[in-house]
Unconditional design. Sequence first.
Length: 205
Amino acid sequence: MIDILEHLNAVQREVSRTGETVTVLMRRSYQAEPAELWDALTDPERMRRWFMPVTGELRVGGTFQLQGNAGGEILECEPPRRFKVTFGGPNSLLELRLLPGAGSSTELELEHSMSEAPAPGGAGALWVGPGWDGGLLGLALYVTGELPADADPVQMANSPEVISYNEQSVRVWIEAVRSSGTTSEADLTEGAKTSLAQFAPDATL
């Protein structure tokens, strides 16, 4: 069983807006050395265990494609500290940073900026934040050895347990957007409805 509250509370979430650019910033600590976490984040064989299959030329200047999801171009890569890619289009930038934490832990920072967000103001965060919550959850379960060897992350994403996690994630992101003051309440409500329809179809506001 997934401890939904524990995993949701393990992540720090921020939403900001500069002009028409909306940025989601997430932080989570993992009990793994930076080099180990980097390998889990970049090795295709390991990524498919906790995230999804990826193909492409995984080098600076190359491109990648997540199976059934977004693709992009690899802009910067400094192992084992950070990489930056386009994600789904040139106006959507994703950067992951790994910082040594206490003991053998690593602080992961995920920053996703969109200059053409799919909703007005900070409400655009509701399109990507819950999805990244799912990714950070999968990585946590993988790092701690809680994922079975034959686990299929795609199938897990459709399980009732994960759908419930998604619903609570959307609600947490609603509050993060509201606290940021980056959009109107009306646009936030519309964005929340769309986000729930995507990540937890049976849930309502």
